[in-house]
Design a protein around this ligand. Structure first.
Ligand SMILES: [Zn+2]
Length: 265
């Protein structure tokens, strides 16, 4: 696959977010919960869809997360170490470890808090409510919402061929799936605004049902009874960037927030 064509450049940012506000003592603290990110969402907006690392390597950095696959071949969801590929037609398959990812965010999920979620909330209501529960919105969080949902609306995208179109062109033709009375996990991240150059500030969530037959990038939801959200604050970031390929020449300095939100929400 594409991996053989390219050396992978590894930039370990090792950004100790706590250091900024808490003093140097944090540098000596034991391993903080780490968010491990492959490439940047802004590169995906620009159509940089070539895989950067194999998903087998991704598994070494977490058991929980979201992303996509080489050529934008569907949505990646990882829950409890189970890695799913939600294809463009909605089919859920287990990808080979040799498949590569051009964009992913994973962590070893170890939630510090579990909070009951009110029933009957849509995605906008849920995220506003969860912001209030989180309190400190200047840290990134991994969140897992478990239970019964009255309704889940997801999307996925079909694999693209070179020359790759921009993300907005792909999502304009995305397949949307409306799931009713479904039980499963919403997994993803809530990122502070200062992540805006490398990712999407706010919530980015994917869904996988318990039967591992349905899922995708979450567009909307209606929570049912007995839903809980598990929350993990993250204080360390590793960012793995492509060494070359399309990434080398992509225009990544401009503000892509409007195009990004349109494509992801
Ligand atoms: Zn997504």
């Amino acid at each position: 696959l594409a991996r053989a064509e390219r050396a992978v450049g590894i930039l370990l940012v090792g950004l100790l977010l706590g250091w900024l506000g808490g003093g140097c003592a944090n540098l000596a603290a034991p391993a903080e919960a780490e968010m491990y990110q492959v490439s940047t969402l802004q590169a995906i907006v620009e159509g940089v869809y070539d895989g950067v690392i194999p998903v087998g390597e991704l598994r070494r950095h977490g058991d929980f997360g979201i992303g996509t696959f080489h050529g934008l071949d569907g949505e990646l969801v990882m829950v409890d170490g189970f890695l799913a590929q939600v294809k463009g037609d909605g089919a859920v398959v287990v990808p080979l470890d040799t498949m590569t990812t051009p964009l992913a965010c994973v962590t070893w999920f170890a939630p510090g808090r579990t909070v009951p979620v009110p029933a009957g909330m849509n995605l906008a209501g849920f995220t506003a409510w969860l912001d209030g529960e989180l309190g400190n919105l200047n840290l990134p969080y991994a969140v897992r919402v478990r239970g019964d949902f009255r309704r889940v609306k997801t999307r996925s995208v079909p694999a693209q061929r070179k020359p790759y179109p921009r993300l907005a062109e792909v999502t304009a033709t995305q397949a949307v799936f409306e799931l009713a009375a479904t039980r499963g996990d919403i997994v993803g991240f809530r990122l502070p605004g200062y992540f805006g150059g490398i990712n999407l500030p706010g919530y980015h969530l994917h869904y996988l049902n318990d039967a591992h037959t349905q899922g995708g990038h979450l567009l909307d939801v209606e929570t049912g009874d007995g839903v809980v959200v598990e929350i993990q604050a993250l204080r360390r970031l590793s960012l793995i960037l492509p060494e070359g390929g399309d990434f080398a020449t992509a225009e990544l300095s401009g503000d892509k927030s409007a195009e990004l939100r349109k494509a992801e929400q």
